[in-house]
Write a protein that binds this ligand. Structure first.
Ligand code: UGA
Length: 479
């Protein structure tokens, strides 16, 4: 293996923390800095401040050994050869990314530089941020020979972040000098040479010694755009399939068959074609808006991105209307809300479609019993403390005496419910599935009325002989 590198990671959010423990996992010496003393204390104690698969294991393995946590940025910078900036770039008022945290960190780095450093943008930033970072360093009197700026965007997903980091589809390094490129290659060498995958205790995933990670070297501008364009394209795929789902519904076709058929084209691929309530999270909504602003600043017409957002927003209304059509009026109706996180496998509720839908239902007077395997504590901080909202211990308790069960997040456990038990819990057997987790047949077999996205509804009584209506249902609109 290439010699380990002394790395500083600034920010212990999803990206920073996962990068820090993963760099330690592949053999580097890491100092992770955060200006929140409470968070640093938690990390010192070996506790994970976020719910993320494999993070507790890596913290236990490397915490206090190959990865340290501190609030002292200056010391961490001085100890390191490469400084990764992984602080938040939230959405500002105009939709553009707010880079004030990045600027503050760069100014502090400038005050601490005592030898050549490679400064790496890991946060998602608009194109030309590398240029701004350089300017801020110059303004603080740091000479051009003392640093290089590199863009190394991160593509990890919440819920599978550690494995995404260690088994990436690609590593993108946007760099202007060979000196910085060489250090970046050394940092990722365990993944690109495959030496990490040959270790007996390596975490297994899609890469291996004969199929190691690929590293793409580009200019810094190109790397910055690769990140924005990737997220925007994935969001576009989701909005596209959701628009097709609405069309499928109108003509009584089946979006699951359509997505399978479209996704079999290797040029399109099967991933990110799951129709439903649409995307949320801390990345897609923000990045689609920020990328659109980048285009506008360059006077490039990229209205497509606004359409992507509009289709996504509309899916929540489409879902609300499905609830209304199934239940008629909502005041006083008891609804089980399964899911609060923006997707399964995480406790993150930022921009969660589930939270938005629940707020609308509460406003309409419904009584909600909500359950999420991981996100309830966080949800309590943003949902109103209302008499008509309570939190249940599991999906069955939430569904007790419910007029309808709403599936809002694609947790695996919601796709594997014991439908016999669910049928016994509810008042009326109605499932409105915002994530298309069930086949229509499973719901017919258990005698549920089932409403989903882009597929014909399963009406009540579909399992009984009179339920031949399921079959004739498709003929309704045929002239
Ligand atoms: C996303 C990207 O997938 C990562 O590559 C990227 O690094 C990350 O943003 C980031 O920029 O930090 P993440 O936000 O964790 O990752 O979540 P995804 O798994 O991409 O899902 C995003 C949203 O799309 C979720 O609400 C999910 O439910 C929804 N989705 C996803 C669909 O509605 N349909 C699909 O087919 C796929």
């Amino acid at each position: 293996m290439a010699r380990p590198v002394a790395i500083c990671v600034v920010g212990s959010g999803y990206v920073g923390l996962i990068a820090a423990v993963s760099f330690a996992e592949i053999g580097h010496k890491v100092v992770c800095v955060d200006n929140d003393p409470a968070r640093v204390k938690t990390l010192h104690e070996g506790r994970a401040p976020i719910y993320e698969h494999l993070l507790p294991e890596l913290l236990a393995k490397h915490g206090g050994r190959r990865v340290e946590f501190t609030t002292d940025l200056g010391l961490a910078v001085r100890k390191s050869d490469a400084v990764f900036i992984a602080v938040g770039t939230p959405q500002g008022d105009t939709g553009a990314a707010d880079l004030s945290y990045v600027e503050a960190v760069v100014s502090e780095i400038a005050r601490s530089i005592d030898a050549y450093k490679v400064i790496v943008e890991k946060s998602t930033v608009p194109v030309y941020t590398n240029e701004w970072v350089r300017r801020v360093l110059y303004r603080h009197g740091v000479g051009p020979k003392s640093f290089d700026v590199v863009s190394n965007p991160e593509f990890l997903r919440e819920g599978t972040a550690v494995l995404d980091f260690l088994h990436p589809d690609r590593i993108v390094v946007g760099v202007g000098t060979e000196r910085a490129a060489e250090l970046m290659r050394r940092i990722y060498d365990p993944l690109t040479s495959g030496s990490y995958y040959s270790q007996p205790d390596a975490l297994r995933g899609t890469c291996n010694t004969s199929n190691p990670a690929r590293l793409l070297v580009t200019s810094a501008q190109s790397a910055e755009i690769i990140k924005h364009a990737s997220n925007a394209f994935l969001a576009l795929k989701i909005s596209f399939i959701n628009a097709v789902a609405n069309l499928a519904e109108a003509v009584e076709a089946d979006i699951e068959d359509i997505a399978a058929g479209v996704g079999m084209d290797s040029r399109i691929g099967p991933k990110f074609l799951r129709a439903g309530l649409g995307y949320g999270g801390s990345c897609f909504p923000k990045d689609v808006a920020a990328f659109h602003c980048v285009a506008q600043e360059q006077r490039i017409d990229f209205q497509l991105l606004d359409e992507v957002r509009k289709i996504n927003d509309r899916q929540r209304d489409v879902f609300f209307n499905k609830v209304l059509s199934a239940l008629w009026t909502l005041r006083g109706k008891r609804l089980a809300a399964l899911g609060l996180a923006f997707k399964g496998g995480t406790d993150d509720i930022r921009e969660s479609p589930a939270i938005a839908v629940i707020k609308t239902l509460l406003d309409a007077g419904a009584k909600i019993a909500a359950y999420d395997p991981a996100a309830m504590d966080r949800a309590m901080t943003v949902l109103p403390q209302a008499e008509n909202l309570h939190y249940a211990q599991d999906a069955y308790e939430a569904s007790k005496n419910a007029d309808a069960v709403l599936i809002l997040t694609d947790w695996k456990e919601f796709a594997e419910l014991d439908l016999v038990r669910l049928r016994e819990s509810v008042r009326f057997p109605i499932v409105i599935d915002g994530r298309n987790l069930y086949t229509r047949q499973a719901m017919i077999d258990h005698d549920f009325t089932y409403v989903s996205f882009g597929r014909p509804d399963v009406p009540s009584g579909a399992m009984h002989p009179a339920g031949a209506m399921t079959e004739s249902f498709g003929a309704r609109n045929i002239q």
